[in-house]
Design a protein around this ligand. Sequence first.
Ligand code: ARG
Length: 593
Amino acid sequence: MSLPSLPEVPGTEPGRCVLDSFRISIAKRVADALGPPLTVEKVYEGVDYGKKGVDFTIALPRFRLPGKIDDLAKKVTESFQADDFISSVQHDKAFLHFMCNTASLTRAVLTQVHTLSHDTPSQKPEYGSNTSGKGKKVVLEYSSPNIAKSFHVGHLRSTIIGAFLANLYQACGWDVVSLNYLGDWGTQFGLIAVGFEKYGSQEELQKDAIKHLYDIYVKINADATKDESVKTAAAAWFRRMEDGDESALSNWRVWRELSVKKYEEEYARLNVSFDEYTGESKVGKEWQDKALERLNEMGLISDIEGAKLVDLEKWKMGKAVLRKKDGTSIYLTRDIGGAIERYEKYNFDKMIYIISSQQDLHVSQFFKILKLMEFPWADRLEHVNYGLVLGMSTRKGTAVFLDQIITEAAAVMHEQMRKNEEKYAAIEDPEYTSLEIGITGIKIQDMAAKRINNYNFSWDRMKSFEGDTGPYLQYAHVRLASVARKNPEIFPLPPPSEIDTSLLIEPAAREIVFLLGTYPDVVKTALKTHEPSGVVTFLFRLSHAISSAWETVVIKSEADVEKKKARMWLYLCARDVLGAGMRLLSIRPLDRM
Ligand code: ARG
């Protein structure tokens, strides 16, 4: 069956999103019926998803045409002719509702999913991707913990959302550079150096650098509050570091390296990676000095007892210190210099910082300063922020390290799975499985709502297989994988052209097909909003549709082999899309549990 030919509409990619064709077909009918000045492109923008069983809807008033809405609607309905794309139109007040031809919809969607999907999870999701970012480069900075301080849930959120955005931009054809901007510089390293002389142990350091440096930091900080001389010694030490004194730097270098190594292992467990571990220590002096000079010329700098402050009151961004009394640099100045260096290095079309909303002011300050410095690329910077996570502590107390969070998630999940002895006995690798499901639980809870919302973390919800949770999603994927394993006699399936999709007549099957068709749009929308929640919502809708199909779209007890094959194909396509969506969220879909 070949579908009628259609005009091209800029921004659409029917070869990757077949629903684009159905929308273009609607747009063409309406544009033809209503005539100029309306164009296919213009109508296309107004073809929205319908509600309650309607495929697509157009709200006529949006075109601001002369004449009565009823008359306009009549023109469309009277000239309407069903074809292989669209089977019906219905006029309801200001709206026109359209239904797609089920047979061609089913065939077109499943064929596209089949053609563009990969079964191997290591491959990037293909169905759902588009080429809108082709030739463009985006730099993404996320996670960015501080060496020797705790890895808090805020860093975890940045890691999870950042990994999602990296996958998303890649899926949309962008060239992605991912950076982890470590907090590896600043006065606290002077403090730790002093602390290391007093409390440091090479053995502990080799065992777990992140933990040991943190312990030292806590101890020496306590000392510093009681003893002023500790602070003075720390400041002097950091001064030497800033001056490039090798004797003051050699220990620090080892700490950084060991910490990165440990982090890399943990990120790998989370299915997260970076192209580069950069950090505050890597930002050169040159641009930090120039920034100060430039702002000084603009009359925005005031000198308060030797410290340099920039006055951003005019833009309601307060006053911010750019340089300390002793001349050492600070966080804000390093972000300014860092951005300039990154532009010189990467020549990006866009750079996104994934940083907690607690730092909104800081980010708006350094973005503003870069604009004041008149860098033409300053408006290519974006801040993706997010709210707080409340109440994520382990049973032993507050989690301060990433590995504690991961271990706890795995343990909580493992315990939960043990409760069902029979099922537990059937799990091949309970350690791995509980770790993956636990991590999925954390990620889903994190991405389920709009980023900016604070949320209360709950271990009970994380581990539950009921409701919209990570374990539920993994379970839905496992069930799709197992239906294939349980019906080996119908494999290998014939090529798509030989599968009789007209046998898929159940409403539950159509529901799944349509949802699969919408996935490329879900990806597109996520790119606009930078919200993972839309993808999460989609995956739950799809899982629910699949779970309600099990009763009517059966395989095992179906006598007709052709029907069995068509249904199996539907489920395999559903699995591909569910898996693609999960991978986009950085989740590894499981085939067994
Ligand atoms: N290391 C910082 C912190 O933990 C976050 C860094 C965010 N990125 C940046 N370019 N300022 O608070």
